[in-house]
Design a protein around this ligand. Structure first.
Ligand SMILES: [Zn+2]
Length: 539
């Protein structure tokens, strides 16, 4: 048998085989089953999503010898001829090559004659936006009052270029770009049917390169099968596409998790030798971090991951949510500024080093003090050594300044004024700090501290922040205190409010001073000057 391109061989022959366009298929099938057929349909959407395929299936539904149906038999003469592209009553035109008005007139000359074989004469005009203005006018006349046996199926990648008069006479269906998952699933099904071996990650890479187009993905797959000699592996695909193999992404992310700058440098050098696509790698890093963040927020997400599941699972455990958010942001900025750097390699190196440099100290502390990675025999880098040193220093200074435990807990229970001072001493950061700042003391016993949090700040009382605050309190008072946070609508005194008030006081003083300044007074009286509200800043 002669070789046939996959895109042609696997072109859907009925509605059930069409992938990812359920909304259009449903509408068309219902119209057919209820025999409510409009005289003109317009299919819009990017290349390779199934516009002409749907139009051909629709033509088959109209002309099947078993009668009009949403599931054509596929075996009668009409069905077979339409599949083979030689059905006399399906007139396919590529508007891109026949833009002139003479072409359109010639095409429409035969409109009034009845169909030769089928029930309907179907005009399928592809890339209809390429027609000239006069051609559209010629077409418009027929579109206004077509004979009952004529159906127009128009397809375009650019519906904005169609005259509004044409648009308003068609039923318009917008075909979606296909999701990577939909493409991957289809490629997998097809390779299994063709009995060609493959790696899952390879299909994922192909789907991403196809950018939402099923036809592109099948053409790439054709190329990949030839390139890899019938064994579609991840490495082969990345060689073919010039993208970065998953293996490198794993290496880089693991090095990041271990704060191992030496390993990062080594991997980026290898990548540079491969002339890898660094922009694509940035996209990969951002995608993986996104998956990790989702998995941390909703652990059940891990079960549904088809790709990079092992890596995402590992990273979900080794990064804190704060790390992931920070890395994601740094990666986004790194990708944005890629073109500004001298070489793509240096851009990647700087981005990854920036991630290590700005890694939140709190989480580093937890990682180093509480859970040192047992298998990590890699040489520690300057960055981590420095961080460790800093942490040591800060924890030592903490110890030195630690007050008598029980006495201070007692002070706290009697005096709400002590809470703001305590908050500053706990060494909290980010969310846990703002949580503590917006709380006030409700009650204290030997085992529990109950704090009040205003309803409007409920969002910052995350589980992580509560745990860190509880841990800080336990460390400070040196016993197994339990932290309870009660949300209420009462407005109570909190450290944050106290600070706000102090700021307001300084501000109003500054404004008063400005008002009473002689020079300002003179400007006001002589030139009618006014102080712009909010422009006075305290020194
Ligand atoms: Zn049929």
């Amino acid at each position: 048998m002669s070789y046939q391109a996959l895109a042609r061989k696997w072109r859907p022959k009925n509605f059930t085989e069409v992938v990812g366009q359920g909304h259009v298929v449903k509408a068309l099938a219902n119209a057919l089953d209820q025999e409510r057929i409009h005289h003109a349909y317009l299919f819009t959407g990017t290349r390779g999503v199934g516009k002409t395929t749907l139009a051909r299936i629709f033509a088959k539904c109209l002309n099947c010898e078993q009668g009009m149906t949403s599931s054509p038999c596929g075996t009668c003469g009409s069905c077979e001829e339409i599949d083979a592209g030689r059905f006399i009553d399906l007139i396919e035109v590529d508007a891109a090559s026949r833009t002139k008005v003479e072409d359109t007139r010639e095409l429409l000359d035969n409109v009034q004659y009845s169909p030769t074989r089928g029930n309907f004469k179907v005009y399928l005009i592809d890339e209809v936006h390429m027609l000239s203005g006069h051609s559209f006018n010629a077409l418009l006349k027929t579109l206004e009052e077509p004979p009952p046996h004529v159906k127009f199926l128009l397809a375009t990648t650019d519906s904005q270029k169609l005259p509004i008069t044409v648009l308003s006479r068609c039923l318009q269906f917008n075909l979606k770009r296909l999701s990577n998952d939909a493409i991957t699933t289809q490629l997998k099904k097809l390779l299994q049917a063709e009995e060609i071996s493959f790696e899952k990650n390879a299909l994922h890479a192909l789907a991403r390169s196809a950018d939402g187009s099923m036809r592109d993905s099948l053409s790439l797959l054709d190329q990949a099968i030839a390139y890899s000699d019938g064994n579609v592996t991840d490495i082969a695909i990345h060689e073919m596409l010039g993208t970065v193999p998953r293996e490198f992404l794993h290496k880089l992310m693991q090095a990041l998790a271990n704060s191992d700058s030496a390993a990062i440098m080594q991997a980026t050098q290898e990548l540079a030798q491969l002339s890898a696509d660094f922009n694509g790698l940035f996209v990969d890093i951002i995608e993986v971090l996104h998956q990790v963040a989702l998995s941390q927020a909703v652990p059940s997400m891990l079960e549904t991951l088809e790709f990079d599941a092992a890596l995402v699972k590992e990273l979900t455990g080794s990064f804190s949510p704060e790390d992931v958010q920070l890395y994601y942001q740094i990666a986004l900025i790194g990708k944005r500024d890629l073109y500004l750097s001298t070489t793509p390699q240096s851009a990647l190196e700087m981005t990854l080093l920036r991630m290590l440099t700005f890694r939140p100290t709190e989480s580093t502390k937890i990682k180093i003090d509480v859970a040192p990675s047992p298998g990590n025999t890699l040489k520690k880098t300057d960055t981590t050594q420095k961080t460790e040193k800093k942490i040591k220093e800060s924890s030592e200074s903490n110890k030195a300044g630690k007050p008598n435990k029980n006495a201070s807990l007692k002070d706290l229970s009697e005096n709400n004024e002590e809470w703001p001072k305590l908050v500053e001493k706990l060494g909290l950061q980010a969310v846990s700090y703002s949580l503590a700042s917006n709380c006030s003391i409700e009650s204290i016993t030997d085992e529990t501290i109950t704090l009040h949090l205003a309803y409007k700040h409920e969002g910052i009382a995350t589980k992580g922040a509560q745990q860190r605050l509880e841990k800080a309190l336990q460390e400070y008072f040196g016993n197994e205190l339990k932290l309870i946070i009660e949300i209420s609508s009462n407005q109570l005194e909190t450290p944050a409010k106290k600070k706000d008030r102090a700021r307001e006081k300084i501000q109003s003083q500054a404004e008063k001073t400005a008002e009473s300044d002689e020079a300002v007074k003179a400007l006001k009286s002589q030139f009618g000057a006014e102080i712009i509200e909010g422009s006075v800043k305290p020194l």
